[in-house]
Write a protein of this length. Sequence first.
Length: 434
Amino acid sequence: MAIIDLVKYNGPNSVFAWKFPSEELSTWTQLIVNESQEAVFFKGGRALDVFGPGRHTLDTDNIPLLTALIKLPFGGQSPFAAEVWFVNKAHSLDVKWGTPSPIQVQDPKFGIMVPVRSFGQFGIQVENSAKFLVKLVGTTRQFDQETLTRVFRGLFLTKSKDTIAQYLIKKGISVLEMSAYLDELSAHIQEKTAPYLAEYGIRLLNFFVNDVSVPEDDPAVAQLKSALAKKAEMNIIGYDYTQKRSFDVLEGAAKNPGGGAAAVMGAGIGLGMGAGMGTAFGGQMAGMAAGMSVAPPAQKVQCPACKAESPAGTRFCPSCGKPLDPQASPPRPQIRCDKCGTLMSPDAKFCPNCGDPYNPCPKCGQDMPEGAAACPSCGFKAPPPCPKCGASLSSAGLKFCPSCGFSLAPRTCPKCNAENAAAAKFCLNCGQKL
């Protein structure tokens, strides 16, 4: 039987866990652990001890739990079967991540579906070697950076997709403007991802979103960029889309020799009669506008009881049955900006005076300050976020968080039966651990 006298690992830094190939170890075997490593000793499938940096002699004095499992004859000098794992404790700051395929997201500013790709890198450190080996590595002989990225790819993809979608909706910005929010995205994804990695003994040191982009060859992206280019051109020249369409109609009428507008415009230009041409041209355009006129949208009335909208002329509300005034016009609530006090439309997303985002109160619709716990107009209090994942809760009566499934029910103390908050770890009445 071969006896191993030296156990050591000097492999690449990209390997997080490595198992020594031999399990025939002598009680005098020299174990050398580098400064950035830890060695975990296993016997019978159990982690018996963790060795820090330095030189260690494997014997029953250094591994006291070993004496309870095996009895070594011959004065403690015979070999025994055991496993030694080396865990890399160095900071790995160049772990790459990315979306393998574009994510379909609706652009809130322009209302079209566009594919979004994102990639970056993050840094980690194995914080608890035993937990890392038992819960994640298992029986694999080597666990490297590529394996870790593959294992957590679904986690990073889900968190990055949710965060990008939340920023698009909350900020009301276009996908093409996401590059200005990379620092905020990185910090938010790191905050949401760190607790999941900690369950496997891994500490997330940092997280970076290097780029959020869209495929240039996608039809939706090409259409969006073309529309933005036309808008920029019109802004530079000094006219809007309605004026451009009017110019196109005039150009088409001039190119049609059989049209009345072309004859009038040709006669006016040829004779140089500016005033006469203007009058004739105005008559022609009035006739064209009359032919292209669009009926105004149907008026609606709002129920004073339940606020439901119904077509004008309705006598009773189809939602609550209350009588309606058919002649009443739908009321327009006066929304006042919480920052500068300017009145704005309920359909607005930003204040027209100071540009502050409109944050409507779920109850009265008035503009609330960013992060306010209660509405200053009606006193409505938003339910607190989930104590585990921090997600916003739609109502105060939920029993479980819709994002992570955490129980939101009050925790009853087993000792004094006092009720405590869902996130409480100790009873506020008697101090009992919950």
